[in-house]
Design a protein around this ligand. Sequence first.
Ligand code: NAD
Length: 261
Amino acid sequence: MDLDLTGRHALVCGASEGIGRAVAHELALMGADVTVLARRADALAEVADGLPRHGAQRHGWLAADVAATDALRAAVEALAAARPVHILVNNTGGPPGGPASTATAAAYLDAFNRHLIANHTLLQSVLPGMRSAAWGRVVNIVSTSVREPIPNLGVSNTVRGAVASWAKTLSRELAADGITVNNVLPGYTQTRRLEQIIDDRARAGGQDVQAVAEAMRASVPARRFAQPQEIAAVVAFLCSPAAAYVNGVSLPVDGGRMQSI
Ligand code: NAD
């Protein structure tokens, strides 16, 4: 199986910690030159320094806020002009919790901006490079809520569905250019985001944090949370040459938690 990414340049967003950081590590192990993007330069420099490196592999970092669309576009266009990007991993922090019915219009707009509009801005900035290479991989880290909305994540559920539809549409538009577009839907994954969700649920229900975490683990057939590396391995496969004919899918990596087929 061809998993070799030597000579490919990957831009991994939300990579200062959690799933994004684990993805950057996997892609570097497969030989890619990796640029990690998030807001904090100091954290990014540390991540980029720690990435596996063999031979001529060059890693870097780009400090940018995905919510600041114009600055994001300028920064990523400059990056891609200096060094075309062949692999784009769209990923950022999830929207705050709460019911869909009481969320403000501003909360919806903010989430669309950080997810759909940011992904689109990033895609447009790197697409010319992918097209000239006649090779590209776009993987969006979304959520199982694309298929089964999660209670009390109203804004998140809504924007995830929009991202999944955007990606499916793109996958059909870009396939003839040798570019695939896929979504990975993580289940409960041991990161700061999950800790925040558990804390929120415990506070909202007046429950103990440990009890909430235990109930969530019990809802997973595998009876445990994923490690970020387990999500990253699937993302990395979708970025590989071997995955060339996998396009337009939304792939859950959730220990079997979803009920739908
Ligand atoms: P995380 O909070 O651990 O990491 C998020 C990353 O995005 C960090 O590097 C953070 O610095 C970066 N980021 C946040 N806001 C940013 C901004 N405005 N601009 C640039 N970078 C920004 O999250 P995670 O658990 O790794 O999750 C990644 C994605 O997967 C999120 O969208 C999350 O909602 C989703 N997800 C996570 C889980 C889970 O259980 N962890 C489950 C399903 C879906």
